[in-house]
Design a protein around this ligand. Structure first.
Ligand code: 9MR
Length: 349
C-alpha cells in the first residue's frame, strides 16, 4: 500500500498552519501591519524576528511625529525613521507614515514659540513638503492628519486649528490644506485621515463622514480613512463596524485598520486570565472579519504585537496584555484566530 508521509497529508488537507504566518495568510487580500520601534529591533532579536516573519507592513510608532523628527525649527532628524524604513525594505514590508499633523507630539520649541499665523502657515507647509518628499517612494500611505475631532464632532483645538492662517478657509481649513500639500509633495502616496473612538458610530463618526464626503465632492486629495480600533473587551462595535467602514468605501475611499489592540485587566505581572484571553481573541476576530467582509478595507494593522513591548501598561494602569503575542513572544489565542480567519479568506479567493 502506498502511504503518504504525514507532512504531505497535512499539506493536502490544507492545515499546514505550522508554516503559515499572518503575512503569508493575508497575502493578496489585505496588508497586515504593526506599529514598530527601531530601539526594540536592535535590542531584542525575538522582536525583530517576529516582526519580519509575521507582518508585511510597519508604521513607526513615534519616529515620524514632529517631536522626534524635528528637534529644532531648522533641524530635521530622519535617522530613526530611516532605520525603520531600511528594516522594512530589507524584509519586503510596506511603510505607513504617521503622522504629519497632530495636536499631540508637538515639540516644545513649536508649542511654546511665539508665532504669527503666517509663521505657522509656513512651518506647516515646509514640514509637510520636507517630510513627504524625504519619504517619497518609501512611505506608501500617510496619516496626514490625526485625531482632529472631539467626541461631539466639533474640531479639536490644536496649534494648527487655532491659527486660521494655516488653512485655506472653509470648515476644514488646515486639514484640507495639509492634504493638498501632501499630495503635491508625493502624488503617488495614499493620503489618510486617522482617528479613534468613532468606529462604532455617533457624532464623531458623522463628522468624519461629512468631511470625507465634502473632500470627495470638491476633489480634495484624500484616499482613505484610518480606523484606529483601540478597544477594550466591552467597547468593540461588532454590530456596526462593517456598515461604518462601508459608509467610507461607498465614497470610493479605502479603509485601513491602523492601531488595533484589545486591552485587558492584568495582574501585577501584566498577565490576564485565560478566559479574558479567549474573549480577546473573539474581539480581534470581530475586527478582522469586518475588514475581510468589506472590499475596500485593505490593511489590518496592530499597535504593537507583543505584550512585552506595548504602549498600553504605560498609559492605562492595571491594564495590558492587549496584543497578539505574549511577553515571551508566544502566539496568544487572538493570534491563532486572526491567522485562521486570514487563511480562510485566502482559501475563499
Ligand atoms: O504608542 C504611542 C506612544 O508610545 C507615544 O508615547 C504616544 C505619544 O506620542 O503616542 C502613542 O501612539 C498613539 C498614536 O500616535 C495615535 N493614536 C493613539 C496612539 C496611542 O496613544
Amino acid at each position: 500500500m502506498f502511504v503518504l508521509p504525514i507532512a504531505a497529508v497535512v499539506c493536502l488537507l490544507g492545515t499546514s498552519s505550522e508554516a503559515a504566518t499572518l503575512r503569508s495568510a493575508a497575502h493578496g487580500r489585505v496588508h497586515i501591519g504593526t506599529a514598530a520601534k527601531p530601539g526594540f529591533i536592535s535590542e531584542d532579536g525575538r522582536y525583530a524576528t517576529t516582526l519580519a516573519r509575521e507582518f508585511d507592513q510597519l508604521e513607526p510608532e513615534n519616529e515620524m511625529k514632529w517631536s522626534l523628527l524635528r528637534p529644532a525649527r531648522d533641524r530635521f532628524d530622519f535617522a530613526a525613521a530611516d532605520e525603520l524604513v531600511r528594516f522594512a525594505k530589507q524584509n519586503g514590508m510596506l511603510v505607513r507614515g504617521h503622522t504629519l499633523l497632530w495636536y499631540q507630539a508637538v515639540p516644545k520649541w513649536l508649542g511654546e514659540g511665539q508665532w504669527t499665523w503666517n509663521d505657522l502657515s509656513q512651518l506647516m507647509a515646509n514640514h509637510i513638503q520636507t517630510v513627504v518628499r524625504h519619504f517619497a517612494g518609501s512611505v506608501y500611505a500617510w496619516d496626514v492628519v490625526n485625531e482632529a475631532f472631539h467626541p461631539d464632532g466639533s474640531l479639536r483645538s490644536s496649534i494648527w486649528y487655532d491659527s486660521p492662517g494655516t488653512g485655506v478657509g472653509g470648515p476644514y481649513g488646515y486639514i484640507e490644506r495639509a492634504f493638498v500639500l501632501a499630495h503635491a509633495a508625493d502624488p503617488r502616496a495614499k493620503l489618510f485621515y486617522n482617528d479613534y473612538a468613532f468606529e462604532g458610530g455617533g457624532p464623531k463618526f458623522e463628522a468624519i463622514l461629512a468631511m470625507a464626503r465634502d473632500f470627495k465632492k470638491r476633489g480634495v486629495p484624500i484616499n482613505g480613512i484610518g480606523f484606529q480600533c483601540h478597544f477594550t473587551l466591552n467597547s468593540i462595535p461588532a454590530a456596526t463596524l462593517q456598515k461604518n467602514m462601508r459608509a467610507f468605501t461607498d465614497l470610493g475611499l479605502e479603509v485601513h485598520i491602523t492601531e488595533l489592540d484589545v486591552r485587558l485587566p492584568v495582574d501585577g505581572t501584566g498577565h490576564a486570565t485565560p478566559q479574558d484571553l479567549e474573549r480577546q481573541a473573539q474581539m480581534y476576530g470581530e475586527v478582522v472579519r469586518a475588514c475581510l467582509a468589506v472590499r475596500g478595507c485593505s490593511a489590518i494593522q496592530v499597535w504593537g504585537f507583543s505584550d512585552a513591548r506595548s504602549w498600553i501598561p504605560r498609559f492605562f494602569s492595571g491594564q495590558g496584555a492587549g496584543t497578539l503575542f505574549d511577553q515571551e513572544f508566544r502566539p496568544k489565542p487572538a493570534y491563532r484566530l486572526v491567522l485562521d480567519l486570514l487563511t480562510g479568506a485566502a482559501a475563499a479567493r
